[in-house]
Design a protein around this ligand. Structure first.
Ligand code: FDA
Length: 449
């Protein structure tokens, strides 16, 4: 057993942990980052599958994500725009693909008017919500006890409009069915991205990518640490703590530290043993936050054939297995890649199938948008984060009904020398890499002050 001593022990080498570590190091504090996996980056993972580079985890950057944009700049990383020339495709309840431009789907006049009205209504509620304290919203208690789905049913009798509004928050962001989270949780999701309108605007929310992949952010942050200060393959098992400090245990390392940052998603907090146990409400809190479920599907073709057909690659439908898909061709490549997403209960159904049947069903859904050429990729891959022991879902954590008002403020509180944080508890940038950077900075600054 190796024994070490540091000012701060940081658990998790995702963007949150590495941001905190580099900031503390720059301020002269000694740190160690303990990471369970044999790589850094957590939910950021740029890898080659059959020779093709894929972003298996997070990848997009939007213009409001200023903390991420600053970091990219500091690390000398370049961005490029997502391909978006041409028409998008929408498939309504009738199953026919319809081409369109702009944000509002080509539905009936009534449905389009309802979409515009609901977006404006949500923008108003979002403007009255503080991302840093949604539980302080004037109607927080009321908004946290109604599911997003029930609220939409109260607001509109147009099922297609409701399904589409639901898509932006449920399928596309929280990756949970809209009956399983509250209106308040939906407002937090939207306000963390600036507005509900921003979520609807794919050109805003999925604006840019990083040349070479977004995992370079944690990789380059990690390069700023000494080898002795970053230990891969070191799952933290126990934190023994008192008000004076803590001892963090992995299988073959013990670190004494004045402060501890647990920079792992909240669903994994309880995989660590705490001695003494954490206060009762903390033990309650982590039972009310869970990760969503989404399969990120990558399909690469010899050429981006949809472009020649006048399509941007952007496609949406609340009625399709793949509820959204985009041109995800890498910078400078002649091959074309589509990325699609299969979320929540649709993902449950798909994961119950044998892999070949699942692949066929997913490719048929892509073909519904782009035509039969989509059935024959040269490389196909499904990112399955629910199968990853050190994540267990995607993209991030959200509260069950009532959880945000009951426990939201508590999640930001330290316990003795231990602070908890990840993108899952961010205000601006919630669920995103931008939020991970903001939380990492905040936790480091709290310790420094
Ligand atoms: P993260 O989970 O990355 O890091 C936690 C680390 O802790 C992990 O490395 C884990 O192995 C480690 N760990 C856990 N338990 C441990 C233990 N007991 N001991 C030691 N280590 C432990 N965001 C975005 O901005 N744009 C996007 O396009 C997307 N898209 C997207 C797609 C997919 C498929 C996913 C899964 C996620 C995204 N995201 C995203 C979200 C984004 O990737 C995510 O919010 C951040 O990367 C989270 O960074 P954190 O450091 O907070 O947690």
């Amino acid at each position: 057993m190796e024994h070490l001593s540091r000012d701060v022990a940081i658990i998790g080498a995702g963007v949150t942990g590495l941001t905190a570590a580099t900031r503390l190091r720059a301020a002269g504090r000694s740190v160690i980052v303990l990471e369970a996996r044999d790589r850094v980056g957590g939910r950021l993972w740029t890898d080659h599958i059959d020779g093709q580079l894929f972003e298996l985890g997070g990848q997009w950057v939007s213009p409001d994500q200023t903390a991420l944009l600053e970091t990219l700049d500091e690390l000398g990383l370049d961005t490029y725009s997502r391909y978006r020339d041409g028409e998008s495709v929408y498939i309504g309840p009738g199953g026919t693909p319809v081409r369109f431009t702009g944000d509002i789907f080509p539905a009936s006049e009534h449905t389009q008017a309802e979409l515009v009205r609901l977006i404006a209504l949500l923008d108003e509620l979002v403007a009255a919500t503080d991302a840093a304290a949604p539980w302080a919203q004037q109607h927080a208690a009321e908004f946290d006890r109604i599911s997003f789905r029930s609220w939409l049913e109260q607001q509109s009798d147009d099922a297609e409009a409701r399904e589409n509004i639901s898509l932006f928050i449920a399928d596309a962001m929280l990756t949970k069915p809209s009956h399983s989270f509250s209106l308040l949780q939906a407002l937090l999701m939207a306000v963390s991205a600036g507005s509900f309108s921003n979520l609807v605007d794919a050109d805003f929310i999925l604006d840019k990518r990083v040349v070479g992949g977004l995992q370079q952010v944690p990789l380059r942050l990690a390069e700023q640490l000494d080898d002795a200060d970053l230990r891969l393959g070191h799952p933290v098992r126990t934190i023994a703590w008192s008000e004076a400090g803590a001892t963090v245990h992995t299988d073959d390392l013990e670190v004494e530290a004045r402060h501890v940052i647990v920079a792992v998603p909240p669903n994994l907090h309880s995989r660590i043993d705490y001695a003494p146990p954490l206060p009762r409400l903390r033990q309650q809190l982590w039972q009310h936050q869970s990760l969503g479920l989404v399969i990120k599907v990558h399909a690469t073709y010899d050429t981006p054939f949809w472009r020649a057909d006048g399509l941007s690659g952007t496609a949406f439908s609340p009625y399709q297995l793949v509820h959204e898909a985009y041109d995800n061709s890498n910078h400078g490549e002649t091959r074309g890649t589509l990325v699609g997403f299969v979320s929540d209960e649709k993902a449950d159904r798909m994961l119950a199938l044998p892999p070949a049947e699942r692949q066929q069903a997913i490719l048929e859904s892509l073909a519904a948008y782009y035509g039969p050429k989509a059935l024959e990729p040269v490389v196909y891959y499904e990112s399955d984060w629910a199968a990853e022991e050190w994540t267990q879902g995607a993209y991030a954590a959200s509260f069950d009904l009532g959880g945000l008002t009951r426990y939201g403020a508590l999640q930001l509180e330290p316990v003795g020398p231990i602070r908890f944080g990840s993108s899952d508890v961010a205000a601006l940038g919630y669920q995103h890499v931008d939020g991970a950077i903001r939380v990492g900075r905040r936790l480091a600054d709290e310790i420094l002050s």
